[in-house]
Design a protein around this ligand. Structure first.
Ligand SMILES: *Cc1c(COP(=O)(O)O)cnc(C)c1O
Length: 361
């Protein structure tokens, strides 16, 4: 059976109306006779797309003055290097909270620069079932920044609070939760996100950076990895990822049309709530994340039996639901229910889960 609902963790589902618009402008962008993919990034048409995209990011996320919006390449993973390269020339040390695979990768990347990098908190011993509480964090008041990953895509947990760090700026990887709910940007020094979960197709990286953090990179920082260069050149030191930028503009327009981030949060809470309520009431399925720290975007669960998990993923695929296999470090299943996953997709999954439990329980 062909895919009816795509639960991929990323690249992931995009809103249907966005794909339809993109299909039309694939050949001819608003009567220009050219595809967006064929346009010069210095053309008036693309300049319009770029400016509108930036202003929509500002509007939708409520980005205050004093922050730059950068549209870069290299994915969230490149930010794992770009952040320490650009921020560690100050005091020369940073704190990292380890709450899963990606925060761990960010930490390991920071270690490459030979500076003292500390683990400010970790739930590794509990297989990242939860997020450490404020009281469990060991924070250095002189750190250049505290790095955390707001939503842990693989383990299915999410920070439900923003830690108090005094004057130490927080750098947050929001790849898998950006645009899923309102965010108080003013509480962060840097927010970054790979686009391919909730923003656009792969190839674009959003960076929102407080202006005072721009401009003092470590010696030897390459031109393309220097926030100052990218900020001064409006992210166009070289050719930007034009097509994903264009799609992100369409996604942001779709978010505005559907009520903005408050409405998005309501829909996301309600969608995730359906699934978690079902899981909590079931004695056939178990969840991986502690109830207080559960993600709205990535729901991880299992039957507790590897063979049954395998059968679940295979049969779900037959029923038109793709990419439900959990990440190998967690096992079981993962349903990624990003903004573009319709509520009917979640209900369809739950109906299947109920039926599967009855047959195999
Ligand atoms: C997917 C993901 C990444 C990796 O993103 P790339 O853009 O592929 O580098 C990093 N962090 C989080 C939280 C993710 O979900």
């Amino acid at each position: 059976m062909k895919t009816k609902y795509n639960f991929s963790a990323g690249p992931s589902v995009l809103p249907k109306p966005v794909l339809e618009k993109a299909r039309d402008s694939l050949i001819d962008y608003e009567g220009s006779g050219m595809s967006v993919m064929e346009m010069s990034h210095r053309s008036a048409e693309f300049d319009g797309i770029f400016r509108r995209t930036e202003s929509l990011f500002r509007k939708v996320l409520g980005i205050p003055d004093g922050y730059k919006v950068l549209l870069l390449q290299g994915g969230a993973t490149m930010q794992f290097a770009m952040v320490p390269m650009n921020l560690l020339a100050r005091g020369g040390k940073a704190d990292y909270v380890l709450t899963g695979n990606f925060s761990n990768n960010a930490y390991k990347e920071a270690l490459l620069f030979g500076k003292p990098i500390s683990v400010a908190g970790s739930t590794k011993d509990e297989n990242f079932r939860r997020i450490p509480a404020q009281g469990e964090l060991t924070l250095d008041p002189d750190a250049d920044y505290l790095h955390l990953c707001s939503n842990n895509t693989i383990f299915g947990t999410k920070w439900q609070y923003i830690p108090e760090t005094g004057r130490v700026p927080i750098v947050a990887d929001m790849s898998s939760c950006i645009l899923s709910e309102p965010v108080d940007v003013s509480r962060y020094g840097i927010i970054y996100a790979g686009a391919q979960k909730n923003i656009a197709p792969a190839g674009l990286t959003l960076v929102i950076i407080r202006e005072d953090l721009i401009g003092d990179p470590l010696p030897g920082t390459p031109t393309m990895l220097n926030y100052k260069v990218m900020a001064e050149n409006d992210s166009m030191k070289n050719t930007p990822p034009c097509w994903p930028i264009y799609i992100s503009m369409l996604v942001l327009e779709w978010i505005v049309e559907t009520g903005g981030l408050e409405a998005m949060r309501e829909r996301n809470r309600s969608k995730a709530g359906l699934l978690y309520d079902f899981l909590d009431a079931s004695d056939f399925y178990q969840t991986n994340a502690d109830a207080e720290d559960r993600s709205l975007m990535n729901v991880t669960f299992s039957t507790g039996d590897e063979e049954k998990d395998k059968a679940f993923v295979a049969e779900a695929k037959e029923a038109g639901m793709s990419n439900l296999k959990g990440h190998r470090s967690v096992g079981g299943m993962r349903a990624s229910i990003y903004n573009a996953m319709p509520r009917e997709g979640v209900s369809y999954l739950i109906d299947f889960m109920r039926d599967f439990a009855q047959r195999k329980g």
